[in-house]
Design a protein around this ligand. Structure first.
Ligand code: CTP
Length: 430
């Protein structure tokens, strides 16, 4: 008998990053058909160490049972305003005081209308009125309902009172209509929550530029030269910086990853396009990290038709000539302004530290994050990395970490360096 076994990849984040520990999130779930998807949100928050308090409206409870949320979060799912089993003096106020964030996902037209006119007739609306923390709302409904001026007016009203609206997706809705109003993927809601409350905002006010992924150098309309870079390290760096409060631009070669919400993504293909995008405004960034695997060579000329094979020959006789691309990191190093921190990557197979140190000097960088393709768990496409952070003052070896954790450690080290006496930040103030 043939057995099929589904194997989930090991998720390091779930093990190492209890990023929402000591945070309390109230998740309001209302009577939209998408309510069942809120279970994934609750589960993800609870796994991140978050004290997740679910308030389910009466109509929400017709779609998904309270026990689902109680089990996933370890907290009793609240459905009644005066629930005796909940151990709070004045339940809605006590909960509102504890919350770091309130998110209502999915939100029906009905709850939006009630909130917009300040009604307080159940546990969710009374709690929402008492909350002074950041408030997110994710509308999900039929397109005609969503586009109805009264719903739009109510949403504008909520926005003007400080609620942040998570725009619904477009696509096929539960009613089989195609249009706007679709509940986003649960991960989108989770990311929006993380962006607001995960991590201390120790990079607030800083502008960060990260490059990621490979470049593709075209030969003809069909073929190009590239490398194995997945972009995972660069995307993790951009995510870490935005979670820590920085304003982040990500110049990315072609990858199959989605950037964390709030990141300004500039897509590029070739080394020249990456050079143009990175050098255009480079002075405006406080920290630039070049995690991209930029092609060192590009075909001298592009053939604008498909190069056909020689039917009789067994070797490729077309003699493609390659020329050097511009070294973007070196160009940034040449024009580095006071107070700017420049960090490059070096992926090596041999003489890791020696090569990394040479790149630090040659490119006038402040840090090189070096990794060896010969080390297990480091390199292309993996979710982990083993890095040595090389600076003028010495090397810092990081253990095997998820790329998210490695990214976080890189920024912690960069911030420490920038704040050292005599280092970029201080030079800026001299
Ligand atoms: N880099 C760059 N522009 C290039 C080549 C590399 O900005 N044309 C950057 C990379 O993004 C990385 C650093 O330089 O941050 C080191 O890249 P790497 O390919 O390891 O080094 P090279 O200088 O190209 O040297 P070599 O390939 O000979 O190891």
């Amino acid at each position: 008998m043939c057995k099929i076994r589904a194997i989930s990849p090991l998720c390091y984040n779930e093990i190492t990053m209890k990023t929402l520990k000591n945070k309390c999130v109230i998740l309001g779930v209302t009577g939209s058909i998408a309510a069942y998807k809120a279970a994934d949100i609750a589960s993800s928050l609870a796994k991140s160490g978050c004290d997740t308090q679910v308030i389910l409206t009466e109509n929400g409870a017709k779609i998904i049972a309270p026990i689902t949320f109680s089990t996933l979060t370890g907290n009793k799912c609240i459905t009644q305003t005066f629930d005796e089993a909940v151990d709070y003096n004045v339940a809605h106020v006590a909960l509102a005081k504890r919350a770091d964030l309130l998110v209502i996902a999915p939100a029906t037209a009905n709850i939006i209308a009630k909130l917009a006119c300040g009604m307080a007739d159940d546990m969710l609306t009374t709690t929402a009125l008492a909350c002074t923390c950041p408030k997110l709302i994710s509308p999900a409904m039929n397109t005609a309902m969503y586009e109805n001026p009264v719903v739009q007016e109510n949403l504008s009203r909520l926005a003007s009172q400080g609620w942040e609206i998570i725009e619904p997706d477009s696509g096929m809705l539960a009613c089989k209509d195609i249009g706007t109003g679709k509940f986003p993927k649960p991960q989108v809601i989770v990311d929006e929550i993380w962006r607001r409350i995960a991590r201390t905002k120790d990079m607030a006010g800083l502008r960060v530029l990260v490059t990621a992924g490979p470049t593709c150098e075209p030969i003809d309309p069909v073929r190009y030269v590239t490398n194995h870079s997945s972009g995972k390290m660069g995307y993790a760096l951009a995510k870490s910086a935005i979670l820590r409060g920085a304003k982040v631009t990500l110049v990315s070669g072609p990858v199959s990853l989605s950037a964390f919400p709030g990141i300004d993504v500039v897509p590029v293909r070739t080394a020249q396009e990456m050079y143009d995008a990175v050098t255009e405004n480079s002075d405006s960034y406080d920290i630039i990290i070049k995690a991209a695997a930029v092609a060192d060579y590009t075909p001298r000329s592009y053939t604008d038709h498909k190069i056909k094979k020689d039917e009789d020959g067994d070797s490729f006789e077309h003699g493609i000539e390659f020329i050097r691309t511009k070294d973007i990191l070196a160009a940034l190093g040449d024009k580095k302004r006071d107070g700017q921190f420049l960090c490059g990557f070096a992926m090596e197979t041999d003489n890791l530290l020696e090569n990394g140190k040479k790149k630090l000097g040659r490119k006038n960088a402040d840090m090189i994050c070096a990794n060896s393709l010969r080390t297990a768990g480091a390199g292309f496409k993996t979710d982990t990395n083993v890095l040595t952070l090389i600076t003028e003052d010495g090397n810092e070896s990081l253990p095997l970490l998820s790329k998210d954790d490695a990214a976080d450690r890189i920024f912690t080290s960069i911030l420490r360096k920038m704040n050292e006496p005599g280092k970029p930040e201080n030079e800026k103030n001299e």
